[in-house]
Design a protein around this ligand. Structure first.
Ligand SMILES: Cc1ncc(COP(=O)(O)O)c(C=O)c1O
Length: 342
């Protein structure tokens, strides 16, 4: 399969914007090519449009190459660009596995692309037969969120592999929470499947949600398309600098992830002991889905005590469920003590 056959025709044929920094990439003494203000400050120059240094630092960590990496303003940017580049408005569809992260549908709606929704099973795993059956001639992208938001579990690896084998469009595996999971990333399979796309982010394990930096890993053909469609300078100078600093000190991330996983385990065991808790779903993420007697009442009580969780009751298979992010040990203790009062 030639992946370029999946790209929208107008995108394939268009000429991308060529910025000053695209046209001259070396080092020079005097830059009079980009209409910048010459007086030095941290920010008087445009950033590197292709974020070469960040990708060079990230690639070895992920055992891939810079050509297989796209960086976006959050992984949300990559979700939007994938839909915009591969789905013809008013014609094509994406397929999602519900309940899942809400932005796939929002980006599809913005781009006038239809959404085919297939339910996950009650234990939040892929219903492979129903998913394969739902694919039709309009389906261009399947979004698979693993570990899944809001359920927290990793989806069955064999089922994802089956989708990659049997579906000729893109399979996007959203690994926003992969650092908290036991299951391995799909990045290692990039050379095997040219329809595989992986999303990760600096917003969760790396502790940099405020920076807005997301990663997309795919074949160099797909990455070239995303770079063609993105805004020229989508990642600002400060974000690139701070991402490099974070990558240089990935030990900090590793320590925090270990601590959060320990806390998740403690929190799960403590939650199940509470009288109001009916079920604690297994989590491989930095949050836990918990079914309680009355989610609305529990939410309101926590709110009243200054603790905000997410009420997911209205979502498929999540009746009376709260989604609780794992906090610091002190925050988790306060959450538990407050829940005990209910
Ligand atoms: C599954 C999933 N994917 C992507 C994102 C968005 O991440 P970013 O902050 O990189 O846009 C989130 C954020 O909550 C998420 O839960």
């Amino acid at each position: 399969m030639n992946i370029l056959n999946l790209v929208r025709k107008n995108i394939l044929e268009m000429k991308p914007y060529s910025s000053a920094r695209d046209e001259f990439k070396g080092e020079a003494d005097i830059y009079l090519d980009a209409n910048e203000n010459p007086y030095p400050s941290y920010y008087n120059r445009y950033p590197d449009p292709l974020q070469k240094k960040v990708k060079e630092a990230l690639a070895p960590l992920k055992e891939t190459t810079p050509e297989n990496i796209f960086l976006g303003n959050g992984s949300d940017e990559a979700i939007d660009l994938l839909i915009r580049s591969f789905c013809e408005p008013h014609q094509d569809s994406i397929l999602i596995l519900e309940p899942t992260y809400g932005m796939y549908t929002v980006c599809a709606n913005v781009n006038a692309v239809s959404v085919q929704a297939v339910s996950l099973t009650k234990s939040f795993d892929i219903d492979l037969e129903a998913t394969l059956k739902a694919i039709d001639s309009t389906t261009r992208i399947i979004f698979v969120c693993s570990p899944n938001n809001p359920s927290g579990n990793s989806l069955n690896r064999q089922s994802i592999l089956q989708l990659l084998e049997q579906f000729s469009g893109l399979v996007v595996v959203d690994e926003a929470y992969i650092d908290f999971a036991e299951s391995a990333s799909f990045i290692a399979l990039l050379n095997k499947y040219d329809n595989l796309v992986i999303l990760q982010t600096f917003s969760k394990a790396w502790g940099l949600a405020g920076l807005r930096l997301g990663m997309c890993y795919a074949s160099s053909d797909i990455i070239t398309i995303l770079n063609k469609v993105k805004y020229p300078y989508n990642i600002n100078i400060q974000t690139q600098r701070l991402a490099l600093q974070a990558l240089d000190n990935s030990l900090r991330k590793d320590i925090e992830v270990k601590q959060l996983i320990r806390e998740r385990k403690k929190l799960m065991s403590a939650l199940i002991e509470l009288p109001l808790v009916r079920k604690v779903f297994n989590s491989e993420a930095n949050f836990i889905l918990v079914q309680v007697q009355d989610a609305k009442a529990a939410y309101q009580y926590l709110l009243h005590k200054g603790i905000i969780v997410r009420d997911r009751s209205s979502v498929l298979h999540c009746e009376n469920c709260l989604r609780i992010t794992v906090g610091t040990p002190e925050e988790n203790q306060r959450l538990l003590a407050t829940l005990k009062e209910i």
